[in-house]
Design a protein around this ligand. Structure first.
Ligand code: BGC
Length: 365
């Protein structure tokens, strides 16, 4: 790729990431800033495969979990860095009803449906439809057609995801979708963060997290919301002030921590409306790295990586274990299609679904 002459040095480079067993080539696009911040996006799952940011001494390291090969992305059920669709998170009993018609989805999480099913957006090869560089940053757009009935969902869906890296180190992820029949959509990015990086990885239990949410949605034993909005006050779910993750993740007196094997819950954002709002702030006191996540959706799932069990191959010959990464997934509430009181995930023909989220990287001052 050419770099725009005379302008800032934001750059987008296209390269080969690997090949699937059937010979399909998986490409990567590496977006980079003049300061050396890079985001690598691969066409398999429109996945954020790596995100390199500096620590307080300027040392770059990769702050998201991922795999080195396409085969590992297909083999593992962890959704590392992937674009999730059509519906992020769980749908109870793998069914929902729209305008009187009941739809049956794939039950790929016990009796429930999780992250779009067996062949969700994360397992599909996306097409690179645009790459651009200008004085503000570099971007790549990936697109996908999901046929009517895919995974059990109604409507042919045209989906796209644009990753844009600004010169100030903000990665914007812009998800869009249209449909030709009334359907449901809830797309998000499933990055696992570990701000200590990979060279000398430390557990995320030592990170500090802030989530501006006064309520969360408690779950049943299948991790399906009960429908209640519960106050976080005086519970391990109060992150309105920054809290060390490890401080309360082992709290065996809290039924919800026990059900989630730690944190695996949907937080209802206080400031949410259709504008971009802060969803979470995460920092690592040792490296000094910090990220802030913004979204235009009403909630964020905080998942403390409880199902990383040492069987997931990571980058550079590592194995990921519990506490090696955490997800902050902006979304509509889990099981929204079955909960009339939850914000709607409905998409009509002629409308455009949009979810813009931002990962602002930096160093705590
Ligand atoms: C969910 C977890 C699930 C994980 C799979 C997260 O978004 O909240 O319950 O196990 O995805 O990687």
């Amino acid at each position: 790729m050419m770099t725009v002459s005379g302008a800032m040095a934001a750059d987008a480079e296209r390269e080969v990431f690997g090949t699937l067993e059937d010979g399909t080539e998986i490409e990567a696009v590496v977006l980079s800033t003049e300061d050396g911040i890079t985001a690598r996006i691969i066409t398999l799952g429109a996945t954020l495969q790596s995100l390199q940011t500096p620590d307080k001494d300027g040392t770059l390291d990769d702050i998201v979990l991922g795999h080195d090969t396409p085969a590992e992305y297909l083999a593992t059920p962890q959704y590392l860095g992937a674009t999730i669709g059509r519906f992020a998170n769980r749908i109870g009993n793998a069914t929902f009803t729209l305008d009187g018609t009941e739809y049956t989805l794939e039950a790929n999480d016990g009796d429930n449906h999780l992250h779009g099913g067996v062949t969700g957006f994360d397992k599909l090869v996306w097409t690179i439809s645009d790459i651009s560089e200008d004085e503000n940053g570099a971007s790549v757009t990936l697109s996908l057609t999901s046929p009517d009935g895919a995974g059990g969902y109604p409507g042919t869906v045209e989906a796209s995801v644009t990753y844009m890296l600004d010169d100030d180190g903000t990665l914007t992820i812009d998800h869009r979708a249209t449909t030709d029949k009334t359907t449901i959509i809830n797309m998000t990015n499933h990055s696992y963060f570990n701000l200590s990086g990979h060279a000398d990885m430390r557990p995320i239990l030592g990170h500090d997290l802030m989530i501006p949410a006064s309520a969360y949605t408690p779950v049943d034993s299948g991790l399906i919301p009960t429908g209640e909005l519960r106050s976080v006050a005086e519970t391990p779910f109060d992150f309105r002030e920054p809290m060390r993750i490890g401080a309360r993740v082992r709290n065996s007196t809290d039924e919800q921590i026990m059900l989630g094997l730690g944190y695996d819950h949907n937080f209802v954002l206080d400031t949410a409306d259709d504008d971009m709002a802060l969803a979470a702030k995460l920092s690592d006191p040792v490296s000094g790295r910090m990220i802030k996540i913004y979204t235009d959706k009403p909630a964020v799932q905080f998942y403390s990586g409880n199902f990383l069990d040492g069987t997931t191959p990571g980058k550079g010959g590592t194995l990921y274990r519990q506490g090696d990464g955490l997800c902050l997934e902006p979304q509509v509430y889990p099981d929204a299609p079955n909960k009339p009181d939850f914000p709607s995930a409905r998409l009509e023909p002629g409308e455009e679904y949009v979810h813009v989220m931002k990962i602002k990287t930096g160093v705590a001052k």
